[in-house]
Design a protein around this ligand. Structure first.
Ligand code: ADP
Length: 451
């Protein structure tokens, strides 16, 4: 499909005083040439200003949602008008309600239409459950059938649910595609498709499945795409499958939110466990997630920690889905104080009580860092994140600092500092100072711009 020329872009002013500015990044001049940005002085409207039904307003009140978040305030009116929208917002900013509210407001009742009307595609099983739960919570007061079609779950149950009639489907790309092939998922009545965490889905390699799902749905459908970042892969998908999308940029200038304090320790390999134990003792976290790089490393650390901390759990991709669900539920119910995990839980999972993030192993890339750290400080709450840096990882720390345009504070324990050769602070400090002015509003990595 040809890329629509720039003049086909719609530039919209919305009703609450936003200003419309041209995207400064001139390398992307085709379909998404314009960004609707929140004016710094603009007042965020209340839910009462968003033209929502009384039943929805009651559901929001019951959920304790007093004021829309910025992405909700901007996306909901556009989605209600039927626009295709690209919403750039980091995790924990209320993206789910931003797309679920307009969908729920426009659903036909089950008696009138038994086939799915909206499909929400998400990258992970846990996120599918979470989005399903949140959507059901917002549907309070109107009987609504929401089916979660995630991999690793009983397919027979999903087939029965689809057979009985559903209005909204939330699923992972693989399982949704599987249902399409079995013809158990009918798409002829679908009028809205949501791609949540689109950058993550493409990173995982779900592009073929996503494209097949999109091609199966009517061309007249509405498409809402949510993503923390807008790399070229996401833009290409949007250019091909969206119609004159309006782009909303709700990313804070600093990617990692201000409410999260971020520190690092330099430590040698053999002292990492000791450092972790002393840190846990000092911090006595309400709830902490400790991130490891590998599944084996996660298992090992879990075994070591659970001797001292009985309320400790572990989670990685090799665990059966049922076990992963059980662990997450324990965390939600406050029965776990510590979760040792791989990046399986780095994205999307919303548990607002997580107070501490500890990167026991350095994340593999800067995106993983942002997403790990984003598990705390949800919806403006306080949180703290610590990153352990071993000799040879100074460059990774520097890249993270460049990416978030912020320096991590150095922390230390007496007797656990590594030899002077691996002290990293001065180098990191210097590079960040030099790099800071070059960071662009799209948060693209400085290193990539230089190439
Ligand atoms: P995201 O999808 O951006 O990661 P979520 O949609 O999971 O974020 O929202 C994070 C948390 O904030 C959820 O627990 C959700 O119920 C809550 N939340 C969302 N919108 C609001 C709001 N307007 N007011 C209060 N809480 C909200």
């Amino acid at each position: 499909m040809p890329i629509p020329p720039a003049k086909h872009c719609r530039i919209r002013k919305n009703s609450y005083n936003s200003r419309v500015v041209q995207n400064e990044d001139t390398r992307y001049t085709h379909a998404m040439n314009y960004v609707v940005q929140k004016s710094e002085t603009a007042e965020i409207p209340g839910f009462d200003d968003l033209d929502l039904s009384p039943v929805m307003r009651r559901a929001l009140k019951h959920a304790g949602f007093e004021k829309p978040s910025p992405i909700q305030a901007q996306l909901i009116p556009l989605a209600l008008e039927g626009e295709d929208v690209i919403g750039q917002a980091r995790t924990g900013t209320g993206k789910t309600a931003a797309f679920a509210i307009p969908i729920l407001e426009q659903l036909d009742p089950l008696e009138e239409c038994r086939d799915p009307q909206a499909i929400i595609i998400v990258p992970t099983r846990e996120l599918a459950d979470q989005v399903g739960r949140e959507t059901q919570m917002l549907a309070r007061g109107v009987p609504t059938e929401v089916a979660v079609l995630a991999g690793g779950k009983d397919i027979k149950r999903q087939l029965r649910q689809l057979e009985n009639g559903v209005q909204i489907v939330v699923g992972t790309p693989g399982r949704l595609h599987d249902h399409l092939q079995r013809r158990s998922l009918r798409t002829d009545k679908v009028w809205c498709v949501v791609l949540d965490e689109a950058d993550r889905m493409l990173d995982i390699g779900f592009r073929p499945q996503i494209e097949r799902i999109l091609r199966k749905c009517s061309k007249d459908r509405q498409t809402l795409l949510l993503s923390a970042t807008l790399p070229p892969t996401v833009r290409r998908l949007a250019e091909t499958y969206m119609q004159e999308p309006v782009v909303i940029d709700c990313c804070d200038k600093d990617i990692a939110v201000d409410t999260i304090e971020q520190r690092y320790f330099t430590v040698s390999h053999d002292k990492k466990l000791e450092l972790l134990e002393r840190l846990l003792e000092r911090e006595n976290p309400k709830q902490a997630i400790i991130f490891c790089r590998t599944k084996r490393g996660t298992d090992r650390l879990y075994r070591q920690l659970s001797r001292t901390y009985p309320a400790c759990g572990s989670m990685h991709g090799d665990l059966a889905q049922r076990e992963r669900d059980r662990v997450l539920q324990q965390l939600r119910d406050d029965k776990l104080q510590i979760l040792v995990a791989t990046d399986v839980v780095g994205r999307g999972i919303d548990i607002s009580t997580i107070s501490h993030i500890i990167n026991y192993d350095m994340p593999q890339d800067c995106d993983d860092y942002v997403h790990r750290v984003g598990r705390t400080g949800r919806m403006g709450r306080d949180g703290i994140a610590f990153t352990f840096v071993v000799p040879g990882e100074g460059d990774s720390l520097t890249s993270i600092e460049q990416r978030i345009n912020k320096q991590l504070k150095r922390d230390h324990f007496e007797g656990l500092d590594p030899p002077a050769a691996v002290q990293l602070a001065p180098k990191a400090e210097e590079t960040v100072k030099k790099a800071a002015p070059k960071l662009n509003p799209m948060h693209r990595k400085v290193t990539r711009r230089r190439r």
